[in-house]
Design a protein around this ligand. Structure first.
Ligand code: F6P
Length: 549
């Protein structure tokens, strides 16, 4: 796909400049933040910050599209925010944002631009692709729409003439988490009679469970894989194919399989018919791919108009990110807070706690987004980083989590900053119960901040408080707000990576394990010898093989 001509001063481009960029720890703003932390903020509680300034919620909040970020319950004051902005500026964040939207090669190790933003853009947004390129995106979207419509109105049916109602997405990582998370989040938008299922894990259990509940005649399998070579996905796709062949015959395969991939030759080989395959491009990273044909299974279940609303939500956040001043830029502020706790307060992890159960897979989605992007110890210039990078991201639907791990948030020994995601209105139509969820969310944020202590109270009842949290409030979980939330965190991760000087868009750390696993298979089954030298692996293989037989 054509990229717009780069500006002639490409040597001065952001992508080139990062190669000689300074370490963040050498920046004046970083040093000032260090001093600010040590001299002003370390010893100051959140309660003290509020008693000095009752207007904090208004002063420390940002609105973007339908989201309100209230970050007043964080260890920040006006000086902190100024320093955040300085750090963003000195780290060239504005130039980096433009470099991404302009299609510069910011994924250096894979020599690619990073253009998931193009997938949700309009021509007038001037995202890097040539008009021709943007047309290709729209062509694929239009083909997905026609395909989904045809499945819904019965012009495309299974091999025995029955309607296709059960969509099974087979993929892993970004080719699974996005569709799965979004399909759950958008459950009220599922079209009548359509059902979403997913298979990701290589162990075969998901497909085995599904086979007992699904009718192959009404099942459409989407093989979703950017590369179409991923072991887990290809294994599961082959198993699903064998199931269809066994139940409906070889000739049924073309009617029961569709695919999203960049690898057309492999789709050919699998037997995916040309009109059932949907392409995307190498500049769409796996964990940023929900906006592309990777969303095919989702579009089939919710319909293209709803999918288009998800894209609109993403675009709304892009527009904010690209145009809002740094101090009022929601993704930038979330990133700075992440850096503040990670690099200055020494926090190791960050919890994301949604108060709509339909967002229960959102933390898992963010784990890949943030930890695959920011789990780096080498900078984009190949030198070791000199500061901590990506935090451990974790979370769970908030109300459930209150009855499991919140104990540690309230009375444990670790600093764990929290993002609460709080919709005002119920996505399930039971407002009285959503009000209970909201009451719980607000109560938890308050308890984390204020703690609890009284004269004579037993130590085990004490809550030290002073735990920071941000609340992202929005009207209701809709396709638009979901799109905004996803794009918000995508951009947050990007900004963190720019400041740390790391390449956020590759994932070399997953390759070694993949390679070792493929050479381990024969050793596990006993068909070959273990070729490695690790004594622990050798012992475990022996124990495994003994028990296997
Ligand atoms: O193993 C990590 C990874 O490369 C992810 O980045 C990606 O989302 C996933 O595997 C799946 O890759 P593919 O879509 O090519 O099957």
């Amino acid at each position: 796909m054509a990229l717009r001509q780069k500006a002639p001063d490409v040597a001065q481009s952001y992508a080139n400049r990062t190669l000689s960029a300074r370490y963040p720890t050498d920046l004046i703003a970083w040093r000032s933040l260090k001093a600010h932390y040590r001299d002003e903020m370390r010893g100051r509680t959140l309660t003290a910050l509020f008693s000095r300034d009752k207007e904090r919620p208004a002063r420390f909040s940002i609105e973007a599209a339908d989201l309100l970020l209230d970050y007043s319950r964080n260890h920040v004051n006006a000086s902190t925010r100024k320093l955040f902005v300085q750090l963003a500026r000195q780290s060239d964040v504005p130039a980096a944002i433009e470099a991404m939207f302009n299609g510069e090669t910011i994924n250096a190790t894979e020599s690619r631009p990073v253009l998931h933003v193009a997938l949700r853009s309009k021509l007038s947004d001037q995202v890097a692709l040539e008009t021709e390129g943007v047309r290709e995106i729209w062509e694929v979207l239009a083909r997905i729409e026609a395909f989904a419509d045809a499945v819904h109105d019965g012009s495309i049916v299974g091999s025995t003439g029955k309607r296709l109602t059960d969509i099974v997405n087979i993929g892993i990582g970004g080719s699974d988490l996005g569709p799965v998370m979004a399909a759950r989040a958008l459950r009220p938008y599922w079209l009548d009679g359509m059902r979403f299922h997913s298979v990701s894990n290589v162990d075969g259990t998901q497909l085995a469970d599904l086979q007992s509940e699904l009718d192959p005649e009404t099942t459409l399998v989407i093989v979703c894989s950017k590369t179409f070579t991923t072991l887990e996905t290809m294994t599961n796709a082959a198993a699903a194919r064998a199931w269809i062949v066994d139940r409906l015959g070889e000739e049924a395969v073309p009617d029961h399989f569709a695919a999203a991939s960049t690898n057309h030759a492999a789709m050919d080989e699998f037997g995916i018919r040309p009109d059932f395959r949907f392409g995307f491009w190498d500049w769409v990273g796996g964990r940023y791919s929900i906006w592309s044909a990777v969303g095919l299974s989702l579009a089939l279940v919710v319909g293209m108009p709803v999918f288009a609303r998800l894209l609109t939500g993403g675009r709304q956040m892009d527009q904010h990110f690209r145009s809002a001043p740094l101090a009022e830029n929601m993704p930038v502020m979330l990133a700075m807070l992440g850096i503040w706790y990670n690099n200055f307060f020494g926090a190791e992890s960050h919890a994301v706690l949604p108060y709509d159960n339909r967002l229960e897979r959102f933390p898992a989605y963010l784990q890949q987004l943030q930890m695959e992007s920011s789990g780096k110890s080498v900078r984009a210039d190949g030198k070791p980083v000199r500061c901590a990078t990506g935090a451990v991201i974790w979370g769970e639907a908030g109300n459930n989590a209150q009855h499991s791990f919140y104990q540690l948030l309230h009375q444990g020994t670790r600093l764990i900053p929290v993002d609460f995601l709080l919709p005002v209105r119920s996505s399930g139509g039971v407002q009285a119960q959503q009000d209970l969820a909201a009451a719980n969310c607000l109560a938890q944020a308050e308890a984390l901040m204020d703690g609890f202590d009284e004269a004579g109270i037993e130590p085990y009842r004490r809550h030290s408080g002073n735990n920071p949290s941000s609340t992202i409030l929005f009207g209701e979980l809709t396709p638009e707000t979901l799109g905004q939330l996803i794009a918000l965190y995508e951009h947050k991760v990007f900004v963190e990576g720019v400041v740390w000087g790391i390449g956020s868009f590759d994932q070399w750390g997953v390759e070694l394990g993949k390679r070792l696993a493929s050479s381990m298979v024969a050793a596990v089954t006993g068909e070959g010898d273990y070729v490695g030298e690790n004594p622990s692996t050798r012992a475990l293989l022996e124990a495994l093989r003994k028990r296997r037989s």
